[in-house]
Write a protein that binds this ligand. Structure first.
Ligand code: MOS
Length: 694
């Protein structure tokens, strides 16, 4: 049995693994119930315009079709805070793929046939879906995502750049990217009077419940939302999505239990995407390799109905010492689906550009790219001047270089070949902020010696149930096996979402507090634990909202070895090695999975994931996994994740930083830098597909 001194950090297996691999774990679309119906949206076929007519008769004539909802007959909703949820409320079409009708039927097949039979006519208006660097409609927003100022300036970037001995002025482009979780978005809803029961695939059901209460103008107490198992989200399930609103609308309209399971083809237009980003980097340095200035300017798009600004220049405010700096975002409203959160929003595309430009600078200087980064290590956070709570980037770079065998590298580009293959290696740094949000939890001791921890955490496949049991066991001083965790329901103590790599820190903090209090109660208990147990509760609102005087970020280093086939242009990553400094690692097994998963997503970003907004039709050309290529098992070979021991007293009681997103940050740059080393050619647009590379 695990000793309590090693409970935290142990490579404990995830608790729901058996249920998942045997198919007994139930997902949102799998709650059947008597009389359950299925609904399927009808997507708009114009990029901008108005619905002028919906002929539902051909659909209603089909066997099994129960109803067709449109903006004319659907139940009215209160105005949502999030405009993407105002579905079937009016005739305006803000982008192609916007739901203009919803067919409810006895079976998924009948709903699909019905959706194909509905005749929608639209008055189309001219549209513009093409992002360009100098788009005349672009503007500087007040803020980029995460509340970051859109523009930050220190010193005089332009003058410093002009005066620098060595200058890199370069542009990079990251295409739109799609989250595509294994389980597409799905919700099952049932009304009984004004009481609403929802099963949904979400990263956080407290927000779903609050949103539904607001939209349908019913009390939150009458709404139950559960997300017991979630097949990934990567940000696309971080906020309530139209599937849950459509399911509740259809259930209200028909009086039936209704499931809306989005077909994968609808995800790109309905659940957000990573907006494309155009980057201009201007790095100035002395011959000694010290940065004199760092400019990172980003142009991106958002939709007509919502401003969402990918904060891709923000990591440049964290990474390197440079006396002069300008980091800025511009955005343009286009007739595109609304972009949203995707794993490491901001950092993933931003660090691709910055870390590629740093590699260009290293090449220009004839300086080792690891050494260049070490030389520009800041004493405090460059943008804010705050001290770092902990920063071990240099240790990650050194440890990664040692494990990878970096010292054996011939730095000259195109210096290594194996038959038709050119071989190269590259490095890039990674960073991701430490975020934390208020949560509540309860902990119970039972007479049989067991414990129950209750918290509305969401396990999106990361192992939240498991790691929270470890946190509880550690605080209680008992073996992990004695602790049961209940998560994934709005009936449990309210908690924050699984997003921003903040879940474990936020939930773990509340669990730790509740268990600490319970342990105190147990210590003073005169007799045995009573029949109905004894409990304790914690609410970390005060602690989480207090913030910190420190700049808190996780750091990492990525190393890649690639082959480039000179006959086919195919790039393969032979080895990827990541070393992270992310505070205390709470579960070695599930943490490794998170890091490797992030790196795998970075591999896709680097080599295969490509998406285009079709200028004629206005929607994404690649909307399924046959055209949007994510890495398969055969692509994800030789991926290693390691971490350095990091003690940080300024985080939370566990001493942990988030680990869910940093794995994708910098991976694409390490691969791109390795491709440059292999070929001597600098490609500045992702992904590095054979058509570009050959
Ligand atoms: Mo993640 S994009 O923070 O849900």
């Amino acid at each position: 049995m695990t000793g309590t001194e090693t409970v935290l950090g142990a490579a404990t297996e995830r608790r729901e693994g058996r249920e998942k691999v045997t198919g007994t774990a139930r997902y949102a679309a799998e709650y059947t119930g008597p009389g359950r119906a299925h609904a399927r949206p009808v997507p708009a076929a114009v990029a901008r315009g108005r619905v002028t007519g919906v002929d539902a008769a051909p659909a209603l004539a089909l066997p099994g079709v129960l109803a067709v909802l449109t903006h004319e007959n659907a139940p009215r909703l209160a105005q949502p805070d999030d405009p993407v949820l105002a579905v079937l409320q009016g005739p305006e079409v803000p982008h192609r793929g916007w739901p203009v009708a919803l067919v409810v039927a006895e079976t998924p097949e009948a709903a699909r046939a019905g959706a194909a039979a509905v005749r929608v006519t639209c008055a189309a208006e001219p549209h513009d879906v093409t992002l360009t660097a100098g788009h005349p409609g672009s503007y500087v927003p007040e803020e980029a995502n995460g509340g970051h100022p859109a523009v930050r300036e220190r010193g005089d970037q332009d003058a410093a750049f002009a005066a620098s001995e060595v200058r890199i002025d370069t542009e990079y482009r990251v295409p739109p990217l799609h989250n595509h979780p294994m389980e597409p978005h799905a919700s099952t809803a049932r009304w009984e009077g004004d009481r609403l029961t929802v099963r949904t695939s979400s990263q956080g059901t407290n927000a779903v419940r609050a949103t539904l209460a607001q939209l349908f103008e019913v009390p939150e107490e009458g709404i139950s939302v559960t997300a017991e198992h979630v097949g990934g989200g990567f940000g696309s399930k971080g906020t309530p999505r139209p599937d849950v609103v459509l399911a509740a609308l259809a259930a209200r309209h028909t009086g039936r239990t209704v499931t809306v399971a989005f077909p994968r083809r609808l995800l790109p237009s309905l659940v957000g995407h990573r907006a494309p980003t155009l980057h201009r980097l201007r790095l100035g340095a002395g011959r000694d390799g010290r940065l004199t200035c760092l400019g990172h300017e980003v142009a991106t798009h958002t939709s007509r109905i919502k401003e969402f600004v990918e904060q891709a220049a923000v990591p440049a405010r964290v990474m390197y010492a440079a006396p002069h700096s300008r980091t800025a975002h511009r955005v343009v409203r286009l007739d595109v689906p609304t972009p949203s959160w995707m794993r490491a929003p901001g950092e993933a595309p931003g660090m691709y550009a910055l870390e590629s430009a740093m590699d260009e600078l290293a090449t220009e200087l004839g300086l080792d790219p690891v050494e260049l980064r070490v030389r520009n290590e800041p004493a405090e956070e460059p943008d804010s001047g705050r001290p770092f709570s902990s920063r071990h980037l240099v240790e990650c770079l050194r440890e990664g270089a040692r494990r990878f065998g970096w010292a054996d590298r011939d730095p000259r580009p195109r210096s290594r070949a194996e038959g038709p293959l050119l071989v190269g290696t590259g490095v890039a740094a990674a960073t991701y902020p430490v975020l934390v949000a208020p949560s509540t939890a309860s902990a119970w001791a039972l007479p049989d010696g067991g414990f129950v921890v209750r918290i509305n955490a969401t396990d999106i496949g990361t192992g939240a149930r498991t790691v929270l049991a470890q946190v509880a066991a550690d605080a209680l001083g008992v073996p992990t096996e004695r602790v049961r965790t209940e998560v994934g329901s709005s009936a449990l103590p309210a908690a924050s979402l699984a997003g921003g790599s903040s879940g474990t820190a936020s939930w773990g903090w509340a669990v730790h507090e509740a268990c600490g209090r319970l342990a105190e109660r147990l210590a003073t208990l005169p007799g045995p634990v009573p029949e109905d147990g004894i409990g304790a509760h914690a609410d970390t609102t005060g602690e989480a909202d207090a913030g910190s005087a420190y700049a808190r970020h996780a750091f990492g280093a990525h190393f890649a070895e690639v082959t480039v086939d000179t006959v086919t242009g195919e790039v393969r990553a032979r080895r990827l090695l990541g070393v992270y400094a992310a505070g205390r690692i709470l579960n070695a097994r599930t943490a490794r999975s998170q890091f490797v998963g992030g790196m795998t997503m970075g591999l896709g970003m680097a080599l295969t994931e490509d998406s285009h907004v079709d200028p004629a039709f206005g929607d994404f050309a690649e909307s399924d996994l046959a055209s949007y290529h994510v890495p398969a098992h055969a692509d994800a070979v030789g991926i290693e994740a390691h971490w350095v021991a990091e003690e940080d007293a300024h985080l939370n009681p566990m001493g942990s930083k988030g680990i869910g997103e940093i794995g994708i940050v910098g991976t694409a740059a390490a691969i791109g830098n390795a491709v440059h080393h292999a070929t001597g050619v600098r490609f500045r647009e992702l992904p590095l597909t054979p058509d570009r590379v050959l």
